[in-house]
Each structure stands twice: as structure tokens, then as C-alpha cells.
Design a protein around this ligand. Structure first.
Ligand code: BGC
Length: 812
């Protein structure tokens, strides 16, 4: 491999033309996890008899202590705690979030958000990402990592799209399996989430996801199967209902599917406060988190009265103890905890930020920046200065370190360069004038409004002009303030800055201020502030002037995606679209860097020269951004979700029953046609297709051969770097529908991918093995997977929308 790298480097110096010289690339199913199936952790197996024997020695209370969460007397800031049984030498279990780094209130490696990882299409890197998570978790005193999140990106507005991987089950399966194997290779247990159908945040605690059996298996469950096969120790069941049953209390989901069909051997824990009945224990739930409302004293009574058999408790505890044994936690002494390795974490974080970044537009070779264009820059936008590290909610990590893009870009631009910064987006909130609300909320002289636990202040807000408003609240006291304006609500926790964004028409709208149920422990005070459309535009002029005076304007645009709330629009918030248009009008050489978590609308796209999507790039985002902009490394990420042209033109557009739902249910009416499959089926052209991404060179595809062999497909084609720079391509293999299958099928579905690095002018024969599983569909009547036989198209190309190579292969 090193010889190959040296050879490629050598070629890069010589070749700058389109003549493609062949390079022999080692044949590889690079999308396959090399050691998928290995159990990871210090033990490859553990005799469940030992666990059973330990459980047999436990008192009832000791057994009960495993199936629910308790308060940790020596808390390390973890999310969940199980005390263990010291007299049997069973240690406690500490459970921590999460998918983008360990969230324990102490600095840890803040990795780029999971969608950035998936966009790298690099399974090997996903394993390293997991390894950083697992290593940090163990080093910081935790044993279980709540992640990865694997729910499909079904709706573009989904508030946690940044925290999961893809709209495509193959990408999600491979990245998730690799990450699980990485986490567990460090001796931490992975609890993969949220099982299942947690595809939106709107009404997430109650919504009933109505998913047909085929779509459930082919889209949502397939990645969970991959994680189970990779040896995941635990599965976390979700808040929502699936087909009428609460996910954490559904034997159809937890027993028939998860254990019997998917072969899961570990334990099921509930999402936080998602357990809703004591009977869930017999349905397949093993552990309530984070407290013991249903599986504590209520379970003890049910066991006493015989409503729930003792064998159900024994089974659940045995499952948990078995996994602890498998990870060496029952050994004497237990495995030592590694020291934190911030440098190794930072290295992986940076690689993911670089490889996951997606170059969406690059007119006239604007990027990489060079010469005068790279030495005279106007940086604009808050996240150019204050780095956007992660998304909001339980995945937000305290970064070990995070530089400012302004500093890394200034350093990279070099001596004598001119780099200015202007905020562009105003964040100068003003106190909400008391007289703006009638009747006025009773406030002290400093504007603090007192809210008693069950009190709700109600009034009407006088809205001076139509537009986007931002509200915030400085809260103090033992509770959480709940502010609603014009029907949109936001909770404000003391000491944690938060923003309620809402579009309002001039006139009167209802406003309420109360306390969030369940968190009220006394009176709180809240000082309300707002930012009107006029105030929001106040810093535009300065940014436009800076752009005019620079050779290149780089606008950093952001959004604030968060667990618990879906976005209400595809637009960039805070008038950033208008800001980009104004800057681009002032400077034709405008580059946009996106710090966004999912797809966004880009009405300004045609006015800009380049767009680089960095997602929420983690603690090394600033370093990665500078290196990508200047071409020290070329972008190589690809979209794992379709970017729609508008909200109407999506699988759920104009269908409230499909999203956000009606009468408490959401109909997954698109069935298996999720993401790019729907765009194909309905001939709808998105803004950017699934799989899309540019780099600083171009590639050509030719000479496809495909053969059906040993239950899978051998696919080969030639890839040629026709540009003048080295670069990485992610060729994708899609499979067409089977003519012999009556069930719904995708016109084409991703069956394999591989990252290929080629020097300028080099070409390679790329070989991919397509696993037989990718040729199957879920037969709902037989309740099993079947091969889709007959003549099927094999298509190869750089995205779901562009597949220059195709041929038909007979599958028998
Ligand atoms: C989230 C989970 C998270 C848990 C613990 C829940 O609200 O849905 O993803 O792991 O909280 O923080």
C-alpha cells in the first residue's frame, strides 16, 4: 500500500493532463467493515452460565437494581447509572451520551456530528471515530456509550438529522457497524438508538409512526441488524409508538423482531423516561432509564403478586450481566481504564471534518483559494469567529479545544494577507418592552418576570413588522421557563443560552410564559429579550462594505439544529439568505461555508462562486475548514441525504399526514421510497442529489463489467482522474429493480461504495464485491428476505442522479 502511495504521489508531480495511466488498485470491498462481526471489547465470548449463576445468588433488591436507573452517589456527570453488586464483585455501570463525543460535563473529543462522518463514506474512519468515543468513555469513567443514532433521515426538517447518518440504509448500516465495532474495541459498550421509527422530533414522545412491514425492515431496521451483527451490547428503544404500540413496550418490536429476527443477544434499555409500563419487562424491555418509576417498586409489587413472573426479571438481569461479563467488567481486577488521549482524538476529529465536508459548488475553480484571492479576504458571519462545534441536545460535547476559523484562516493566508471579520448577523437582543405585551406581564424594575410553578402568564404581543423574530430569556431559579410566541414554544434552562425563532405577521399574536411541567421546584424569574427584523439587519451594511473591499468574501452561514425540535423551514435562519445575497451582490467572488446540520434551501446559490458544507465540524472544524479552503486537502465528502429544491418537493411535501402527522399518527406513506428513491420514482429534480459532492479535480468512468457469482455480484470498472490535481472519488454502485418481484422496489438502490484516491491523470480498475444481502427484499407475507431475481441493472456513478455506466446482469 505504501508503495502504491509513493507511486501515486510521484505521478501527481508528473501528470497534469487528461491522459489516464492505469494504476493497479488492490481489489477490495472497501465498504465492508473489515472486522464486522468481531465482538470487540476485551472478550470475544462470555459464558452466560456464569451470569446466570451470579443472578441466582442475588437478592430480589439486587436484581431490581439492574433493571432501572438510580442516582449515582459518586456521579461523574453521566446520563444513567446502575449500582452493581459489590458483594458479588459486580461493578457499577455508568452510561453516557453520545453520538458525537462523550458528554460528561468534562472536556472530551468533540467529534464532527455523525452526518459528517457518514458523508465521508469511509467505514475505516467510522471505526476510528468509534474508537475515540469508546476510549474517551472508558477514560472518563463511563462504560456504556449511548450511540450511534441510526434512524433514517426521512424528513428534511428532522431536528436530529445531524445526529444520525443517512437516508440510505446501506450507508447507515456500514457506518454504524464500523462505529459500533470501534466503540467496543476500547471496551466500552454501545447502546444503539433509537429503536425504532424515531425519525422526527415533532411530538417525539407520543407520535405513532405507521410504517408498513416492508419499509420497516428495508429502511429503518436494516441498520439495526448491522449493528447487532457487529456485536452491539445494547439497544435503546425510542419514545414514539410504532404501528400503535409504544416502542419500549412492544413485544412485536422488541421480541419478535429484535430478538427473534435480528438475533439480538444484548439488553434493551429505554430512552430517558420512555418506559411507560411495568409490563414492558415481559414485552422485551430489560432496563428503564434513568429512573425506576415502572421497574422499581412497582415491579417489585407485580412480582410479589405474580402479575409478572420472576423469570422475566432473571432474564433481563442475566442479559445485562452477560454483556458486562463479555466486556471483562466481572473480571478481578476489571480492565484498567485507559488515559484520555486528546491528541489521537483531535487527529480523528480533523480527518472526519476534512473527509466529511461536501463541496457543493465551485465555479471557475474558485476553490482552492490561491494568489491574491486567498490573501485578501472578508470573513463574514458569527461562526467565522465563534466555531460551531456541534448540534444541540444530548449530543453536545464540551470540546477539549476549538479554534476560531478566523484565526486558522488568517494564519493560513500568511504574512501580509488582509483578513477582515464582520458579524453580518446581528445578535444584539434588546429587552422586550413591557408595553409590547397586553395585558403586561408583571415585571420588577429590572424586567424580571416572576413565574410560580403552576402559573402561566398570558398576553398578546404587538408585532411591529412582518418577519423573522428571535426571542431569548435569562432565567434564574429552580425550574425551566417555557415561552410560547405565535404558537411556537421553547424551553429556557437557567444559565443555558437558547433562542426561540418564529416568523410573525405584523399585528397581534398570543404569547405565554410559564414553567415546564416536571421541572418546577419553586418560583423562577425570566427576563425576556427579542430581536426584531429591523434589528437583525443592523450589521448587514458593515459586512457588505467589508465584502466590497476584499478580493474574496467568505460567508459562514449556520443553523441551530437541535434534539427535541424540528426545523420549521429549509431556509437559513436569521436573514442569512438575504445576507449572502447582499454580500454576493457586492463581491462576485463570494464563497459560502455552511455550518448546518442537514439540507438547506439556497435561493442565493447562483449568485455565489463556491459552497462548502462543513456540517457541524467538531473541535477541529476551524483547522479543517482552512485546509480545505486552501487546498491543503481536497474535499471528498458526499451527501448522504438528498437536498430538496423546496419543501413541497420532498416525499412528505404537502402531506401533513406523512409529516408532521395528524391525530397523533404519522403515515410513512412513501413506504420504501425514502430519499433519492422517491426523487427517482417521481422524476423530481432535487437541488443536490444523494451521493453528490465535488472535489478539486474531475473523474471519468468507463468499462463496467458485472458478474453474478457465489450469491453476490462482482463489479469492476475503470475510474480515471481527468483533472490536474490528485483527488478522491466515491464511486457508487446502484442496483435496479427485479422484474420478477411484485412488491414495491426502488428504481435503483445503493448496493456498494468505495473511496478511491487517484493522482492527476491516473486511472484504476476498481473492483467491488456486492454482498448478496443487497440483492434481497423483505417479503411481507413470508416474513423473510428473498433474492430479487431476473435481469437487473447495475449502475455506477458519482451520485444517485448521475450513473454513466450501466449494464444488465441476470440474477438467479
Ligand atoms: C435522547 C437520547 C439520549 C438520552 C440521554 C434522550 O432524550 O433521546 O438520545 O441518549 O436522552 O441523554
Amino acid at each position: 500500500m505504501n508503495a502504491l502511495r509513493r507511486f501515486l504521489r510521484g505521478r501527481a508531480k508528473r501528470a497534469a493532463t487528461v491522459a489516464c495511466a492505469a494504476v493497479l488498485l488492490p481489489g477490495a470491498a472497501a465498504y465492508a467493515v473489515t472486522d464486522s462481526g468481531s465482538l470487540g471489547g476485551p472478550r470475544s465470548s462470555f459464558d452466560p452460565e456464569r451470569a446466570r449463576a451470579l443472578v441466582a445468588e442475588m437478592t430480589l433488591d439486587e436484581k431490581l437494581s439492574f433493571v432501572s436507573g438510580s442516582a449515582d452517589p459518586d456521579s461523574i456527570g453521566e446520563a444513567g447509572f446502575v449500582p452493581g453488586v459489590p458483594r458479588l464483585r459486580i461493578p457499577p455501570l455508568r452510561i453516557t451520551d453520545g453520538p458525537a463525543g462523550v458528554r460528561i460535563g468534562k472536556p472530551a473529543t468533540a467529534l464532527p456530528v455523525p452526518v459528517a462522518l457518514a458523508s465521508s463514506f469511509n467505514d475505516g474512519l467510522a471505526k476510528q471515530y468509534g474508537s475515540v468515543l469508546g476510549g474517551d468513555a472508558r477514560a472518563l469513567g463511563a462504560d456504556v456509550v449511548l450511540g450511534p443514532m441510526m434512524n433514517a433521515i426521512r424528513v428534511p426538517l428532522g431536528g436530529r438529522n445531524f445526529e444520525t447518518f443517512s437516508e440510505d440504509p446501506l450507508v447507515t448500516s456500514h457506518i454504524a457497524a464500523a462505529e459500533v465495532s470501534g466503540i467496543q474495541s476500547r471496551g466500552a459498550m454501545a447502546s444503539v438508538k433509537h429503536f425504532a421509527g424515531n425519525n422526527q422530533e415533532q411530538d417525539r414522545y407520543s407520535v405513532d409512526a405507521r410504517i408498513d412491514d416492508q419499509a420497516l425492515h428495508e429502511i429503518e431496521l436494516k441498520p439495526f441488524k448491522a449493528a447487532v451483527d457487529a456485536g452491539a451490547a445494547s439497544v435503546l428503544c425510542s419514545y414514539n409508538k410504532v404501528n400503535g404500540e409504544q416502542a419500549c413496550g412492544s413485544s412485536a418490536l422488541l421480541t419478535d423482531i429484535l430478538r427473534q429476527q435480528l438475533g439480538f443477544q444484548g439488553w434493551v434499555m429505554s430512552d430517558w423516561y420512555a418506559t411507560q409500563s411495568t409490563g414492558s419487562l415481559v414485552k422485551g424491555l430489560d432496563q428503564e432509564m434513568p429512573d425506576s418509576k415502572f421497574l422499581g417498586s412497582a415491579l417489585k409489587s407485580a412480582l410479589g403478586s405474580g402479575t409478572i413472573p420472576m423469570s422475566a426479571l432473571d432474564t433481563a438481569v442475566t442479559r445485562i450481566v452477560t454483556q458486562m461479563g463479555r466486556f471483562g467488567l466481572l473480571d478481578s481486577p476489571p480492565p484498567a481504564r485507559p488515559a484520555q488521549d486528546p491528541a489521537a482524538g483531535a487527529k480523528v476529529a480533523q480527518q472526519v471534518a476534512e473527509q466529511g465536508a461536501v463541496l457543493l459548488r465551485n465555479e471557475g475553480g474558485t476553490l482552492p483559494l490561491s494568489g491574491a484571492a486567498g490573501q485578501n479576504l472578508a470573513l463574514i458571519g458569527p461562526t467565522a469567529k465563534v466555531p460551531k462545534v456541534g448540534g444541540k441536545g444530548s449530543s453536545l460535547v464540551t470540546p477539549a479545544h476549538a479554534s476560531s476559523p478566523l484565526d486558522t484562516i488568517t494564519a493560513r493566508a500568511g504574512k501580509g494577507a488582509r483578513v477582515s471579520y464582520s458579524q453580518g448577523v446581528s445578535e444584539d437582543y434588546a429587552a422586550l418592552p413591557a408595553a409590547q405585551v397586553s395585558p403586561q406581564f408583571p415585571a420588577a424594575a429590572d424586567g424580571a418576570i416572576t413565574v410560580a410553578p403552576s402559573q402561566v402568564h398570558q398576553g398578546t404581543l404587538d408585532v411591529p413588522e412582518t418577519g423573522d423574530y428571535r426571542f431569548t430569556a435569562d432565567v434564574s431559579g429552580p425550574g425551566v421557563a417555557l415561552l410560547t410566541v405565535g404558537g411556537r414554544a421553547k424551553a429556557f434552562i437557567p444559565g443555558i443560552p437558547a433562542t426561540l425563532r418564529v416568523h410573525l405577521e405584523a399585528g397581534k399574536v398570543p404569547v405565554t410564559l410559564g414553567q415546564l411541567d416536571g421541572f418546577a421546584n419553586g418560583d423562577i424569574t425570566a427576563k425576556l429579550k427579542w430581536l426584531t427584523p429591523t434589528q437583525a439587519h443592523q450589521k448587514f451594511g458593515e459586512a457588505v462594505a467589508a465584502a466590497k473591499n476584499a478580493k474574496t468574501a467568505v460567508v459562514f452561514a449556520y443553523d441551530d439544529e437541535s434534539e427535541g425540535i424540528d426545523r420549521d423551514s429549509l431556509s437559513l435562519p436569521d436573514y442569512q439568505s438575504e445576507l449572502i445575497s447582499a454580500v454576493a451582490a457586492a463581491n462576485p467572488n463570494t464563497v459560502v461555508v455552511l455550518n448546518t446540520g442537514s439540507s438547506v434551501a439556497m435561493p442565493w446559490l447562483g449568485k455565489t462562486k463556491a459552497v462548502l458544507d462543513m456540517w457541524y465540524p467538531g473541535q477541529q472544524g476551524a483547522e479543517a475548514t482552512a485546509r480545505l479552503l486552501y487546498g491543503d486537502v481536497a474535499p471528498s465528502g458526499r451527501l448522504t441525504q438528498t437536498f430538496p429544491a423546496s419543501l413541497d418537493q420532498t416525499p412528505v411535501g404537502g402531506k401533513p399526514e406523512a409529516y408532521p402527522g395528524k391525530d397523533g399518527t404519522v403515515q410513512y406513506s412513501e413506504g420504501i421510497q425514502v430519499g433519492y428513491r422517491w426523487y427517482d420514482k417521481n422524476s423530481v429534480r432535487p437541488l443536490f442529489p444523494f451521493g453528490y459532492g465535488l472535489t478539486y479535480t474531475q473523474f471519468a468512468y468507463r468499462d463496467l463489467s458485472a458478474a453474478w457469482r457465489d450469491g453476490g455480484l462482482d463489479v469492476e470498472f475503470t475510474l480515471c482522474n481527468t483533472g490536474s490535481a490528485a483527488g478522491e472519488e466515491v464511486p457508487q454502485v446502484y442496483l435496479g429493480a427485479s422484474p420478477e418481484v411484485k412488491a414495491p422496489q426502488a428504481a435503483k438502490a445503493l448496493a456498494g461504495y468505495q473511496r478511491v484516491k487517484l493522482a492527476a491523470g491516473a486511472s484504476a480498475r476498481v473492483k467491488m464485491r456486492i454482498d448478496g444481502n443487497e440483492l434481497t427484499y423483505w417479503d411481507t407475507s413470508a416474513k423473510s428476505w428473498r433474492v430479487g431475481t431476473g435481469d437487473r441493472n447495475v449502475l455506477v456513478g458519482p451520485s444517485a442522479a448521475v450513473t454513466p455506466l450501466s449494464r444488465s446482469v441476470r440474477i438467479s
